[in-house]
Design a protein around this ligand. Structure first.
Ligand code: FAD
Length: 421
């Protein structure tokens, strides 16, 4: 994904250097620039804007976290939990408002999102989820089997949760739009500039990069699942999973009317879930858990295609045009990880597949801290810097669990197909 922008000269000093030009880093820069100006704010990325997860995700803008509201209250108490629910529940509204305010052209549509249940048991879980969000004033409701089929064009699901706060966008265009807006506000964007190490100095920090040193009052680490060992333990604050996606060529009109007639983004409840939608240019795009590597393997495209055909056999005659994968960070903290491990250093990462809205929203919380808000007053909890104990074991366990979950899904699907025949 080459960027047409020339790389500016490396400044020797900065108020704040943000490492990582994805949604977290770019919106942190925008929020800092909005309140205190863009001068002295630098974003650097070892690659190009959006070349991490932000330019390669499924474009599903989903509010909330993987943890439901009741769990957040159990964990953070009544008032802490309520503040957190408000912060994460409002993340999609925040994202769509930002796109509108900045005039970013990325096919953003707040059209709603469906979470489709593959069993009666998962349908009950979704009903409870909907009911919990309703108690917090959100327009989240259940669709029955017929209503779900009418929107999806497939009868395999038992029903679905409809979250009207959610929607979709073109992820890479969104990242580029944030980058352009940051530049317009005076932020210095340095692509192809890798952060190598950091050490404290008299004024703050010296950051060594592949193009020289920068002295910064503050550093924000927004490298998510691509985090290097800039601080001891940083790559151990999360476990990496890979997500794999493919897109078909644009669907012929006759098929476009039958596949996802509701034109909403969808995720399902399989243990190894599938997420899918129609792109702005009429392609069917589906993602699922990938292999544990950055490069595509020989069977990857075939695997996504099999998932597509299990939903819509009529796609058989439609070829794939693209297949790609990217990294997802599952944080040790179980909620997205905001931390200040040292004076002048803020870390924000770990959105576990909910990062389009939440990484964007996190930019606001990061900017508050960089602008001097004490951690105790942050609207989002600033957590202790705690790596996973025995992180390699967690990585191995993640691999084994992913394989077991995939086998259980396959078995369940075969049994259901057998029962239906
Ligand atoms: C295939 C896929 C599908 C997904 N689908 C969805 C979805 O539909 N909805 C959803 O909500 N979320 C989804 N996600 C998750 C979402 O994309 C991420 O949570 C979000 O983009 C994270 O943004 P970020 O800015 O924190 O990190 P990233 O976008 O990953 O940015 C991190 C950046 O740090 C840079 N970097 C790393 N090391 C260095 C260094 N040493 N020096 C300089 N720069 C460095 C990287 O080059 C990268 O650009 C998906 C993720 C993947 C991979």
């Amino acid at each position: 994904m080459p960027s047409p922008q020339a790389v500016p000269a490396l400044p020797s000093r900065a108020r704040c250097v943000i490492i990582g030009a994805g949604y977290t880093g770019l919106n942190s820069a925008l929020e800092i620039a909005r309140t205190t100006g863009g001068e002295g704010v630098v974003v650097l990325d070892s690659l190009h804007i959006g070349e991490g997860a932000s330019g390669r995700n499924g474009g599903q803008v989903i509010p909330g976290l993987k943890l439901d509201p009741d769990t957040l209250i159990e964990r953070f108490g009544v008032s802490g939990g309520a503040a957190l629910i408000e912060a994460v529940g409002g993340a999609a509204d925040y994202t769509f408002d930002l796109i509108k305010r900045l005039g970013i052209d990325c096919d953003a549509r707040q059209c709603g999102w469906l979470q489709a249940a593959h069993t009666e048991g998962t349908l009950r879980v979704l009903s409870q989820r909907a009911e919990q969000w309703q108690r917090h004033g959100a327009d989240v409701r259940m669709l029955d089997r017929q209503q779900t089929q009418a929107r999806l064009g497939t009868s395999i699901y038992h029903g679905a949760l409809l979250d009207t706060r959610a929607g979709q966008l073109q992820p890479y265009q969104y990242a580029l739009g944030l980058g352009a807006a940051a530049r317009a506000q005076g932020v210095t964007l340095l692509e192809q500039t890798r952060a190598l190490s950091m050490s404290p100095d008299a004024q703050g920090w010296t950051l060594s990069t592949s193009r020289g040193d920068i002295h910064a009052e503050q550093i924000v680490i927004a490298t998510n699942a691509y985090s290097p060992a800039l601080l001891p333990g940083l790559p151990q604050t999360y476990v990496t999973l890979w997500s794999l996606q493919a897109a078909t060529v644009p669907l012929p009109d006759e098929l476009a009317a039958r596949i996802l007639p509701g034109d909403l983004p969808v995720s399902d409840t399989f243990r190894v879930l599938r997420y899918f939608r129609r792109s702005h240019d009429g392609r069917f795009v589906l993602g699922t858990r990938g292999a544990f590597r950055d490069e595509l393997g020989a069977g990857d495209a075939r695997r996504v295609r099999d998932e597509m055909l299990s939903l819509y056999p009529e796609l058989d005659s439609v070829p794939l045009s693209h297949c790609w994968c990217g990294r997802v960070a599952v944080p040790a903290s179980t909620i997205p990880f905001l931390s200040q491990p040292a004076k002048g250093v803020t870390v924000a990462l770990g959105y576990y597949g909910r990062g389009v809205a939440m990484a964007t929203r996190m930019g606001g919380f990061v900017a508050d801290l960089v602008n001097g808000l004490p951690a105790a007053h942050s609207a989002y909890p600033v957590l202790p810097f705690k790596p996973f104990p025995a992180a390699p074991l967690h990585r191995s366990a993640a691999r084994i669990t992913a394989n077991v979950m995939r086998l259980r899904d396959l078995l369940e699907r075969r049994l259901r197909a057998g029962a239906g025949s």
